[in-house]
Design a protein around this ligand. Structure first.
Ligand code: AMP
Length: 120
């Protein structure tokens, strides 16, 4: 499901952040996306990159989102560079069973400590 950018229909916490209803610790913004620090960081650097358009998750993304998805990954690399990370992990949880808790697509950028593999 794709929604209109920043509309009240996006009742998720990230929709509220995009509308300026609640604050965030912003590290990057452009016309397509916003990046801010995760409120419960799992590593010294933990940033979320979210599209302004309300896309529920990767499973719900459509062909029309091809450019946007590429942009989110390039911004993820940009903010990692901005944070001085030489190594980092990107994670996109899609669906509750995969750990998704906020149903507005987001890319986690995690780094600043050694990261184990495989993840839990
Ligand atoms: P996920 O579990 O993949 O859906 O990730 C959602 C992430 O959003 C979690 O890591 C939360 O800590 C983070 N989060 C929830 N609310 C906020 C908020 N208000 N500001 C920043 N990060 C948040």
């Amino acid at each position: 499901m794709a929604g209109t950018a920043e509309t009240p229909a996006n009742t998720t916490i990230f929709g509220r952040i995009l509308r300026g209803e609640i604050p965030c610790d912003q590290v990057y913004a452009d016309e397509q996306c916003l990046a801010f620090r995760d409120v419960a960081p799992q590593a010294p650097v933990h940033i979320l990159v979210i599209p302004r358009e309300h896309v529920v998750n990767l499973a719900e993304a459509e062909q029309q989102h091809e450019q946007l998805l590429g942009h989110l990954l390039l911004v993820a690399a940009k903010v990692a560079r901005q944070e001085g990370l030489e190594a980092f992990r990107t994670v996109i949880n899609s669906g509750a069973e995969a750990g998704q808790t906020v149903f507005h697509l987001h890319v986690h950028v995690i780094g600043g400590r050694p990261l184990a593999w495989p993840p839990g």
